[in-house]
Ligand binder design. Structure first.
Ligand code: NAD
Ligand code: GLY
Length: 362
C-alpha cells in the first residue's frame, strides 16, 4: 500500500492507495480513535459491489453501522437529497464525532461530503472513492457541493476528509467510458505538472485500459500526488489551484452547449486539445507537443474535437461563464508538456477559429 500525506495544518490527512484495502477501514478508523456509531452513504451500485465488505470491516471492529442509500445519478446532488440524509442521520442519532463514509463515485463523494460539512456544523468525513475520477480527483482537496437551480456545485464548502481510502480493485467493474473520463483528468495532471508522467501514460495506456493493477496503482498514485501538492499550496482555490482548470474552460462550455449530452471527460478532452491549439497559435506550445497531446487523448478513447455541436453555443457558454476583459478571457494554457501558464491574450475570435478548425498548426 502507498500513502500520500496532504499537509494542510490542522486539516491534514492521508490518502491510502492499494489493492483489497477496503477490508481494513474499520481497523484504521479505530486506530484513529473513532468508536460507536458510523454512517455509510452510498448508492445501489456501490452498495451491491462493496457494501458488504465495508460493513463487515466495520462490524468486526464493533462499530454500530447504518447504511444510507441514495439513488444513482448527478441529480442526487440536491438540497432535497441532502435534507433526507439529515433526517436519517438524526433518526440514527448521529453525533458530532460520528463519521460519515462516502462509498462511491464523485456524486456520492460530493453529496456525502456536503452533508458531513453541514450536519451539526461538521462531522468527520472519510472518502472511499470507487471510480477512477473520484480516486484521482474528487476525493482529494475538500471541495464538496450540491447542484442548485441547474447550476453545478452552486452550494458547497471546502471540507477536508479525515482519510481517503482508495482501493484500486474496485475499478475492475467500472465501465470503459468511466475509465476514459478518469483518464482525462490524469492526462490533465501530466500536462500541467509532470512530463515524465506524460511519457509513462504514453507507454502504459493499454495496460491501464485493461485494468492492470500495477499500472492503475501507479497512475492513481502519481495523479493523487500532483493534486495533493497543488491543494497544499492553495487549499481555497485562490491562485495555483486554478491550473486544475486546464481543459475545463472550453470543456464546461461544451457540456453546457450540449445540454450535458457530451460527458465531462469527453468535454475536458476536447477542451485540452482546443486550449493546446490556442497555445500553439499564440506561438507557445510546439507542434510536436500538440501532436503528442492529441495522440494520447485519442489513445484514451476520448474525442479531440467537437462534432455536431453548435460552435456559437459554445462561445456563448464561454462568454456567460467567464469574465471577459476587453474581449479577452483568462485561460490556463499549456506551455509545453509538463507546464502551463496563464494567458490574458485569448480572444473569442481565436477560440472560434480553433473550434471550427480555421487555423494552421504552427
Ligand atoms: P458518478 O459518481 O456518477 O459515478 C459514475 C458511475 O459509476 C455511477 O453510475 C456510479 O454508480 C458507478 N460506479 C461507482 N463505482 C463503481 C464501480 N466500482 N464499478 C462500477 N460502477 C461504479 O460519477 P464520477 O465520474 O465518479 O463523479 C462525477 C461527479 O464528481 C460530478 O458530480 C462532479 O461534479 C464531481 N467532481 C467533483 C470534484 C471535486 O473536487 N469535488 C472534482 C471532479 C468531479
Ligand atoms: N477539480 C478541481 C479542484 O479540485 O480544484
Amino acid at each position: 500500500m502507498r500513502k500520500i500525506k496532504v499537509r494542510l495544518g490542522n486539516n491534514s490527512y492521508e490518502i491510502y492507495i492499494g489493492s483489497g484495502i477496503l477490508s481494513k477501514v474499520g481497523y484504521w478508523l479505530k486506530e484513529k480513535g473513532f468508536i460507536g456509531k458510523i454512517v455509510i452513504i452510498t448508492n445501489p451500485i456501490a452498495k451491491e459491489l462493496h457494501g458488504d465488505t465495508l460493513q463487515e470491516a466495520l462490524i468486526r471492529e464493533n462499530f454500530d453501522v447504518v447504511l444510507l442509500l441514495v439513488p444513482d445519478g448527478e441529480e442526487q446532488k440536491s438540497l432535497e437529497t441532502a435534507a433526507r440524509l439529515y433526517e436519517e442521520l438524526s433518526n440514527f442519532g448521529a453525533e458530532r464525532l460520528t463519521p460519515i463514509l462516502a462509498l462511491g463515485g464523485g456524486v456520492i463523494g460530493d453529496l456525502a461530503g456536503f452533508v458531513a460539512a453541514t450536519y451539526l456544523r461538521g462531522v468527520p468525513l472519510v472518502q472511499i472513492p470507487t471510480t477512477l475520477l473520484a480516486q484521482v480527483d474528487s476525493s482529494i482537496g475538500g471541495k464538496v457541493a450540491i447542484d442548485y437551480n441547474k447550476l453545478k456545485n452552486r452550494i458547497g464548502a471546502f471540507y477536508q476528509p479525515k482519510l481517503v481510502v482508495t482501493d484500486i480493485t474496485t475499478l475492475q467493474t467500472l465501465p470503459a467510458q468511466e475509465i476514459s473520463d478518469g483518464l482525462a483528468e490524469t492526462i490533465k495532471y501530466a500536462v500541467i505538472r509532470d512530463k515524465q508522467f506524460f511519457t509513462y501514460l504514453e507507454q502504459n495506456l493499454d495496460k491501464i485500459k485493461s485494468l492492470d493493477n500495477v499500472a492503475l496503482e501507479e497512475v492513481i498514485f502519481k495523479s493523487a500526488k500532483i493534486k495533493a501538492e497543488i491543494v497544499e499550496k492553495d487549499e481555497k482555490d485562490l491562485g495555483l489551484r486554478n491550473i486544475l482548470n486546464y481543459g475545463h474552460t472550453v470543456g464546461h462550455a461544451i457540456e453546457t452547449a450540449s445540454d450535458f449530452k457530451v460527458r465531462h471527460g469527453q468535454a475536458v478532452a476536447i477542451g485540452m486539445v482546443t486550449e493546446g491549439r490556442i497555445s500553439n497559435m499564440l506561438g507557445i506550445l510546439s507542434r510536436s507537443d500538440l501532436i503528442r497531446l492529441r495522440n494520447l487523448i485519442k489513445k484514451a478513447d476520448l474525442p479531440v474535437e467537437i462534432s455536431n455541436l453548435n460552435v456559437n453555443k459554445v462561445i456563448q457558454a464561454i462568454k456567460h461563464d467567464k469574465k471577459i476583459f476587453k474581449g479577452k478571457i483568462r485561460f490556463i494554457l499549456p506551455k509545453s508538456i509538463g507546464s502551463v501558464f496563464i494567458s490574458d491574450e485569448v480572444t473569442l475570435e481565436l477560440i472560434e477559429r480553433v473550434l471550427v478548425g480555421r487555423y494552421e498548426e504552427a
